[in-house]
Structures are given as C-alpha cells and as structure tokens.
Design a protein around this ligand. Structure first.
Ligand code: NAD
Ligand code: ZN
Length: 250
C-alpha cells in the first residue's frame, strides 16, 4: 500500500489536471452499501426503471416507499476518509475536479463546492417535478406521502410527477453534467477511479476517454474491474486506507 500511495502522491504533484471519478465504493465505509454488497438493501428496494415510474401511479407510490426505506437506513451518513481526502486535495489545488456516479451528497458534505463537482446520476437528497422542474425537499414529499397513506404527491404547480432528483435506469443523462464531465476529462492528465465497478454506461466511458487522451489512469477498487488492464496503476485495496494519508492535515 505504501508504494501505491507514494506513486499516487508523486503523480498528483506532477499532474496539471488530476480528476477523481467516484462510485459507490467510496461511500461504503459511511454505511451506504454498493450494489454488490450482501445485505439485501438494494435487492429489496430495487430502483424502479424510468419508463415504469412514468407509466404508473402505483410505481411512483412504490418508488417513494422504497426511497424512504433507503433514506431512513442512510440517514446520518457522514463523509468517509475518501471524501475528506478529495476535499483536501481540491483545497490544495492538486485536484481539478470530481466526477461522481453517487447520489448520496457526501462529496458536498465533505466541503466540495458545486464548481468542483459533477454529479452524473443526479442527487438523491431532494426531489423535482419532472414536468416543470420545481424543487421539493424530501421532508415535504414524505409528509404528503405519509398523510395520504402512501400516495406519491403530484406537483401542486403543474400536476406533474415528482421524482427524486436522481437519474434512473432508462432516464436521459443530464446534458450539462455530461458536457462538463467531457470537458474535464479532456483536460485531465491523471484520472483516478475510486470504487466503481465500471459497468454502468455512459458513466464508465470517462475513464476510457481519459486513457485514450493520454492521461494516466489509476483504479482503486477492492475487486478487479474490466478496465484494470488499461490502468497505469491498479490498487486492489480499501479506498479509505489508500487515501487516509491524503485526508490528514499536512
Ligand atoms: P458498484 O456498486 O457497481 O461498484 C462499487 C465497487 O466498489 C465494487 O466493485 C466494490 O468492489 C468496490 N468497493 C466497495 N467498497 C469499497 C471500498 N471500501 N474500497 C474499495 N473498493 C470498494 O458502484 P458504481 O460503479 O458506482 O455503480 C453503481 C450505480 O449505483 C451508480 O450509478 C451509482 O449512482 C449507484 N449507487 C450509488 C450509491 C451512492 O450514492 N452511495 C450507492 C449504491 C449505488
Ligand atoms: Zn410541476
């Protein structure tokens, strides 16, 4: 681990634009399981595909029911060592930005500002109306859901469906975020993947694109990924352990 940390540290110092690309694995130490972890949380509370959500009121009711189960399980999750390390590297000017697939809001909670963060799959800490875009807090949705006996509320302004502000399977990727991620990846000469199985596309295209552009590619993941053979450095270890030295006050 020491060798890998020293290598990473050298490359971070040398890089003009280092980019971190994070997945569910950076948040597991915060008590939010990734899709592969045992425990059944995701199996029992599977995300509902976008077309089904749109098609049926009953699916929207079910989606919100599952969302609130997950909410209560994850309530109080705090940033982990990986999040803190990235926030610190940004402060130090050693990181050009963070691209995340996560929806848990933990990068923001660690102090990463909007300008430095690209959320490819949206954010699960609030909701929006799919028709008019009005934002609703989860507490607002939950109060109406609970008092109506489990009916998903519609938008009071336009009657549209209200959905957590995440990108569901089958939903279009957010254009602005995709454009920003594309631009940042083009600039990047060091691209660090942290805790992603790299099977969800189009998000997983960014590490490939970075490598194609000549960036150094680093993959930190507990288990092998399909892209390990492309990486300049592969670390099969715990993200918190690998990034712990970068999370400490210098
Ligand atoms: P994934 O679950 O497919 O893969 C996570 C990877 O991280 C796995 O390969 C696992 O071995 C590894 N990992 C887990 N804990 C680790 C640790 N402590 N140290 C090192 N490696 C660790 O996640 P993904 O690639 O991000 O794709 C899943 C999709 O599900 C994404 O679209 C994401 O938005 C969503 N999701 C998000 C959250 C979240 O916001 N925290 C949680 C689960 C799923
Ligand atoms: Zn509306």
């Amino acid at each position: 681990l020491k060798g890998a940390q020293a290598q990473l540290s050298d490359w971070l110092d040398a890089a003009h634009c280092a980019v971190a690309f994070t997945g569910a694995g950076i948040s597991t130490e915060c008590g939010i399981p990734d899709f592969r972890s045992p425990g059944g949380l995701w199996t029992q509370n599977k995300p509902i595909p976008f077309d089904v959500f749109l098609a049926m009121k009953s699916a929207r009711n079910e989606a919100w029911k599952r969302k609130f189960v997950l909410e209560s399980a994850f309530a109080g999750a705090r940033p982990g060592r990986g999040h803190v390390a990235l926030a610190r590297l940004l402060e130090q000017g050693k990181l050009g930005g963070v691209i995340t697939q996560n929806i848990d809001g933990l990068h923001q909670a660690s102090g990463v500002g909007e300008a430095d963060l690209i959320e490819l799959h949206g954010n699960g800490t609030y909701a929006t109306c799919l028709d008019c875009g009005t934002r609703y807090e989860l507490g607002w949705v939950k109060a109406r859901f609970d008092t109506s006996g489990g009916i998903a509320p519609d938008c009071p302004h336009c009657g549209g469906p209200i959905k957590a502000a995440t990108i569901s399977f089958g939903q279009a990727m957010p254009e602005t975020e995709m454009r920003r991620a594309d631009a940042l990846t083009r600039q990047s000469d060091l691209f660090i993947v942290l805790g992603s199985s790299l099977v969800v596309f189009p998000a997983a295209q960014f590490p490939l694109q970075a490598k194609d552009n000549g960036a150094r590619l680093v993959i930190v993941n507990r288990e092998p990924t399909d892209f390990d053979h492309l990486a300049d450095l592969v670390v099969h270890a715990d993200i918190g352990d690998v990034l712990a030295p970068f999370a400490r006050n210098a």
